[in-house]
Write a protein that binds this ligand. Structure first.
Ligand code: SF4
Length: 155
């Protein structure tokens, strides 16, 4: 953790020194929460959600993002026996599933998911885009339960 903090600080300093942007590729949403301005979530080689940091953490729209958020250890709630994980494994990129690439692992998949959704804006924040067929009311109703590992049924 100490080395990680030193590397992040160095990246931050170089960014300022060279007045440049940084693209950081990581699975560690804790690091992302610390230093990112914009977040792009990718799955099976595709962008599945894109938003400003605060928007993505407080209003995530894509079930894969929910799974990533659910796998972060938290200090502000009851301690689960095990960390949540996303069931299954990433698909082969040579023989990717038809439709939404997250479909075989998604607890909310339904019939329409056999078609690939486009990356589109569905929420108030115009620069927040996601690739999912669920409507925003459904997402609002089931997102928190999914992030906390409570909802596993199909839509
Ligand atoms: S499009 Fe369907 S399978 Fe893909 S994330 Fe949304 S609900 Fe799940």
């Amino acid at each position: 953790m100490t080395i990680q903090a030193q590397i992040i600080e160095l990246i931050s300093r170089l960014k300022d020194d060279f007045n440049s942007a940084v693209i950081l590729i990581t699975h560690d949403l804790g690091v992302v929460a610390d230093i990112a301005d914009e977040i792009i979530v990718m799955y099976a080689g595709r962008v599945v959600e894109q938003a400003a940091k605060r928007e993505l953490f407080y209003n995530p729209q894509m079930p894969y993002t929910w799974g990533l958020l659910g796998s972060i250890p938290r200090l502000d709630g009851p301690r689960p026996e095990r960390l949540h994980s996303i069931k299954g494994a990433p698909p082969s990129l040579i023989n990717a599933p038809a439709g939404c690439k997250f479909r075989p692992r998604c607890p909310h998949a339904f019939e329409k998911c056999s078609q690939e959704p486009r990356l589109e804006n569905h929420v108030e924040a115009a620069d927040h885009r996601d690739r999912c067929w669920l409507d925003t009311d459904y997402k609002r109703a089931y997102r928190d339960a999914t992030i906390s590992g409570g909802h596993t049924e199909a839509a």
